[in-house]
Design a protein around this ligand. Structure first.
Ligand SMILES: [Zn+2]
Length: 278
C-alpha cells in the first residue's frame, strides 16, 4: 500500500518517536532503558540489575586513583608491524584506526598514582583497543610497570580485560606471556604485593599470564573468565558449555578467584588490601 492509498483508506503513519542519540541506553542485563547521565553517575552500573557496563581504562583510572595523582608512563609507545600482517585490513591501518578511536597508542595505560594516599603502580587495559589484545607493547609496558613497582617499592595493581594474545604479532605476542610472568616472579622475590583485577571479559593469553598471577585476584560481578570460547572448549573437551560460561561467581566457587567486588567498592577494597598486606 503506497502513501496515496493509505491516505484514502484513512490509515495514518505514526511518526516513530525518536530518542536523541546518546541520551538513553538499553541495559544488556535487564533490557531497561537507562538515562546515560544517571548511568555515568552510577559508575556505569545498571541501577536496576547491577549489570556492569564496559568502561575505558581512563574511567577506571578516574574511579581508582586519587584525583590528580595519576602520572602516566610510556603513553607514546606503540606497536610496529614486524610480520607485515594483513587480515581483512593491514595491521598498520588497524592500529591507526584504534589510535584515532581511543586516543591511546596501545591496549594498556600504565603509570603511578595514589589510592587513598597510598602510592601504587597501576596498569589498566582498554578492551576498545583491538579487543584488549596483548602484543609486544602491552607486554613491554607491563614489564616496565613491574620495574617501577620494584624501584619504588610500591604495590602493583593491574586491571585486565582482554580477548587474548594479538594474532597480528604472532609468536611475539605469545612470548609476552612468558616475559610478564617471569618479571612478576621478580616482583614477588622483592616481597612486593601484586593485586590483579579482572573485568569483563578476561580471557586467553592475558588470563593465562599476568592476570592470573596476582597475590590477590579479584573480579567485577559476572566478568567472563575463561581461557577459550565455548566452541574451542567444546572441540577440546567434547562437552557443551552452558550459555555465558563462565562468570566470575562460578570461578570464585572453584577457588581461582579471591573475591567478586562491585565497581563502587573497588577503590575501598584495593585500599584495604594494600593497608593489610604491605
Ligand atoms: Zn539492567
Amino acid at each position: 500500500m503506497n502513501w496515496f492509498e493509505r491516505m484514502k483508506s484513512g490509515l495514518r503513519t505514526i511518526k516513530k518517536r525518536e530518542l536523541p542519540d546518546g541520551v538513553w541506553i538499553k541495559c544488556d542485563g535487564c533490557g531497561e532503558l537507562l538515562y546515560q547521565k544517571g548511568l555515568e553517575k552510577n559508575l556505569r552500573v545498571c541501577p536496576k540489575c547491577d549489570h556492569h557496563f564496559r568502561i575505558s581504562s581512563k574511567e577506571y583510572i578516574n574511579i581508582l586513583v586519587d584525583e590528580g595523582s595519576f602520572q602516566e608512563t610510556n603513553a607514546e609507545m606503540t606497536s610496529i608491524d614486524p610480520l607485515k600482517f594483513r587480515d581483512i585490513k593491514r595491521y598498520t591501518d588497524r592500529l591507526k584506526d584504534h589510535i584515532k578511536r581511543t586516543g591511546q597508542n596501545s591496549a594498556i595505560q600504565t603509570g603511578v598514582g595514589e589510592i587513598n594516599g597510598h602510592p601504587l603502580a597501576l596498569g589498566v587495559m582498554n578492551f576498545s583497543f583491538i579487543g584488549g589484545s596483548m602484543g609486544s607493547v602491552v607486554g613491554e609496558k607491563v614489564v616496565r610497570l613491574i620495574n617501577t613497582a620494584i624501584d619504588r617499592r610500591i604495590p602493583l595493581v593491574i586491571v585486565s580485560t582482554s580477548g587474548g594474545a594479538r594474532m597480528q604479532e604472532g609468536a611475539i605476542s605469545l612470548m609476552q606471556m612468558a616475559k610478564t610472568s617471569a618479571n612478576l616472579f621478580r616482583l614477588s622475590q622483592h616481597g612486593l604485593l601484586y593485586i590483579s583485577v579482572l573485568v569483563n571479559p578476561c580471557t586467553a593469553g592475558v588470563l593465562a599470564s599476568f592476570a592470573s598471577l596476582g597475590d590477590v585476584i579479584i573480579a567485577e560481578p559476572k566478568t567472563l573468565i575463561r581461557f577459550s570460547g565455548p566452541r574451542v572448549t567444546k572441540e577440546t573437551t567434547g562437552q557443551e558449555m552452558p550459555p555465558g560460561f563462565q562468570p566470575a561467581e562460578v570461578v570464585l566457587e572453584h577457588g581461582f578467584l579471591d573475591m567478586v567486588v562491585h565497581r563502587k567498592d573497588l577503590k575501598s577494597t584495593l585500599t584495604n588490601l594494600i593497608e593489610l598486606l604491605t
